[in-house]
Design a protein around this ligand. Structure first.
Ligand code: 5GP
Length: 244
């Protein structure tokens, strides 16, 4: 696989063409940003961990019938993915209140939601990813009603697959963000699935094992990501006493 032209750089990833027009190379960076880019840092090895973690999640989801853009891991920081026409809608799935929903609706963080909540945001950094609804999505022609029906079905299925998978490893899936795109007439799950894009809490202690450690200056960010990888790879529960 030949690494081709540099295409695009996001906050946490670089994207390159390859010699196959259907495939792109994603390289995960160590950069971390929060608060709309106001807070920035380099977290050594974060990119390596997120490449690895995303691959594990995508492979696990593929085995469970979810179609993703993931093809294969090709280096420490690199994965080959199907080239997508990105749908600029971020899909957020919430099981437990945390982050923006807690602030917006004054729901104490950690409150289990009676029903899974799906939210949509316009993928636009300059506008700070504003929340939108179906009317906006259709009015702006971001996706069709058929595409949204498929996206919602897949997002909820991903949640149903991820919750027990993570629970078995002593991790509570609080919420996460997904992105989708079009590829040869199909909707594929794109982007990444990692502690940058999900909230993972230790099932016993409630300890945060995700990017909130960076956002909230809790320290031990890379250590937490490494702990998630250890659990996913080992299939083990938490490395703490009193595991139930
Ligand atoms: P919140 O809306 O509470 O800030 O985020 C909800 C969930 O979606 C969290 O797991 C968060 O990591 C993820 N999320 C939402 N928007 C973004 C984004 O722009 N970038 C990243 N990395 N994650 C996001």
């Amino acid at each position: 696989m030949v690494k081709g032209e540099f295409l695009y750089e996001g906050k946490a990833k670089k994207v390159f063409r390859t010699d196959d027009p259907d495939l792109l190379l994603i390289e995960f960076k160590d950069d971390a940003t929060a608060l709309d880019g106001v807070k920035k840092d380099r977290l050594p090895d974060k990119g390596i961990l997120n490449n690895h973690l995303s691959a594990i999640f995508f492979e696990m989801l593929e085995k469970n019938g979810i179609e993703t853009h993931f093809e294969k891991t090709i280096s420490e920081r690199g994965m080959l993915v199907n080239a997508l026409e990105i749908i600029p809608v971020e899909v957020i799935v919430r099981n437990i209140a945390a982050g923006s929903i807690s602030k917006r609706l004054a729901i104490p963080e950690g409150t289990t939601l009676k029903k899974t909540v799906l939210e949509f945001s316009l993928k636009n950094d300059e506008l700070h990813d504003p929340m939108i609804n179906h009317y906006h999505i259709y009015a702006l022609d971001l996706a069709s009603a058929e595409e949204m029906a498929e996206i919602e079905k897949v997002a909820l299925k991903v949640n149903d697959i991820m919750i027990p998978y993570l629970k078995d490893k002593g991790i509570t899936l609080v919420d996460f963000k997904l992105e989708f795109g079009r590829h040869k007439g199909k909707i594929l799950l794109g982007d990444e699935i990692s502690p940058d894009t999900c909230r993972f809490w230790d099932s016993n202690s409630g300890e945060k094992l995700d990017k909130d450690r960076f956002r909230r200056d809790l320290g031990g960010v890379v250590e937490a990501y490494r702990e998630v990888l250890r659990r996913l790879e080992g299939g083990e529960g938490p490395a703490v006493e009193g595991k139930s």
